[in-house]
Design a protein around this ligand. Structure first.
Ligand SMILES: *[C@@H]1O[C@H](CO)[C@@H](O)[C@H](O)[C@H]1NC(C)=O
Ligand SMILES: *[C@@H]1O[C@H](CO)[C@@H](O)[C@H](O)[C@H]1NC(C)=O
Ligand SMILES: *[C@@H]1O[C@H](CO)[C@@H](O)[C@H](O)[C@H]1NC(C)=O
Ligand SMILES: *[C@@H]1O[C@H](CO)[C@@H](O)[C@H](O)[C@H]1NC(C)=O
Length: 356
């Protein structure tokens, strides 16, 4: 029979273990040396702040639950990528490309830009944004900087091959392009299925460009339930499902093509590890049918500047009309990081991708 520890002894031992581990953890290496982020407002952490656009959020009440206040994150607190970066063991969040001064770019850069899309013209009605093609160009300039830092081609290529490249984009190609026929003609030129095929073909070329620039570990995200966001429901009116079905059908057509693309790229590109993520979570206990802040900023979907938000952001899925609150970001980040469900992470979750 094993000797049983008394509760107090257990507490004492856990405290000792925690104290012993703390200094080590602070110095611990992250699971990958670097993390590069491409995407839209779901990942943007300040790149739009100085652009002429309605799609920026460097004002209260954004950031009320973030230590530095409003940073340009489209949330009350951390976004999903912040949580993943924490889980990977980085000491700091990944700095935005727009303000790199003095930062060590070798640990990663965030290129994401609110309202940006796979297509260059996506989001143009809201103003200036950094489309995925431009984000990839910005990444090439960072590679030159890393090359200068390391002064060695082999070392640079080795580093780049070990980083994780997060690519979460496509929502705006629907919200701020295909389903905004007042301003864009894509819905006249393409059926929803054709549009999804065209988007995924374009994304495929963009991912291959990153591969050609040394990327090997890719975390590629599907599009979430854009038809269930409070702004879209209030602007268009819900179907029987409670959501706007055609938006979700668009997202599904996109995801149905993205998943097999990831499998093909894994077969075709030597040494590459792509994974498809469509993290989900259980909103039980959270408010899903309303926003924590008062809508009316940006193009109508963002928080009204300086408005007073709800008292308990922690209880909300949606912070503003289209962006999740920190509580939900944490849930989906955990799913992307560690889910064993192939519907949410296939063939790898982020934790596995880091080890591959
Ligand atoms: C930047 O980070 C890289 C990789 O983590 C490291 O090798 C290098 O010494 C760092 N450079 C500076 C200037 O901090
Ligand atoms: C659609 O709009 C683009 C500009 O966004 C324009 O170049 C093109 O000619 C238009 N096509 C049609 C069929 O209207
Ligand atoms: C992968 O290779 C196959 C066979 O050459 C080709 O048919 C397919 O288009 C390629 N897919 C991608 C995404 O490159
Ligand atoms: C949201 O749903 C809850 C529970 O179903 C309901 O009590 C509440 O009135 C709804 N709020 C809105 C704004 O529709």
């Amino acid at each position: 029979m094993e000797p049983k520890l008394k509760p107090l002894e257990v507490v004492a031992i856990s405290v000792l273990l925690a104290l012993w581990r703390l200094p080590n953890q602070a110095n611990a290496e992250p699971q990958v040396p670097c993390y590069f982020i491409f995407g839209d407002s779901l990942s943007d952490n300040g790149n739009n702040n100085h652009l002429k656009t309605l799609a920026k959020v460097n004002y209260p009440p954004y950031g009320i639950d973030f230590p530095q206040g409003p940073t340009g994150r489209f949330s009350n607190g951390r976004n999903m990528q912040d949580f993943i970066v924490e889980r990977l063991g980085f000491e700091d969040y990944v700095p935005p490309f727009a303000k790199l001064r003095g930062k060590n770019v070798s640990n990663g850069v965030n290129y994401a830009s609110g309202s940006a899309g796979i297509l260059d013209e996506t989001g143009k009605i809201l103003g200036v944004r950094i489309p995925l093609n431009r984000q990839i160009k910005n990444h090439k300039t960072i590679i030159s900087t890393i090359m200068r830092l390391l002064r060695n081609h082999l070392a640079t290529n080795l580093l780049l091959s070990q980083c994780i490249y997060s690519v979460q984009i496509g929502s705006n190609d629907y919200l701020n392009n295909y389903f905004t026929p007042e301003f864009y003609n894509t819905s006249q030129r393409y059926t929803p299925a054709e549009f999804a095929t065209m988007l995924v073909q374009q994304l495929s070329r963009q991912l291959k460009t990153l591969y050609d620039n040394g990327a090997r570990k890719f975390a590629v995200y599907g599009i979430g339930g854009i038809g269930c966001t409070p702004y879209i429901i209030s602007a268009i009116g819900p179907d029987d499902s409670g959501c706007v079905d055609k938006f979700n059908e668009g997202a599904t057509l996109f995801n149905d093509r993205l998943k097999p693309l990831v499998n093909q790229l894994n077969k075709n590109l030597t040494g590459a590890k792509f994974t498809y993520l469509n993290p989900s979570g259980n909103p039980a206990g959270l408010v899903i049918n309303g926003t924590c802040c008062e809508m009316g900023g940006g193009g109508g979907e963002l928080c009204l500047p300086n408005s007073t938000p709800c008292g308990k952001p922690r209880r909300y899925v949606f912070w503003d009309g289209v962006h999740p609150a920190e509580a939900w970001n944490k849930i989906v980040a955990e799913s992307a990081y560690s889910s064993k469900s192939p519907a949410e992470a296939s063939p790898y979750n982020i934790q596995q991708l880091a080890k591959e």
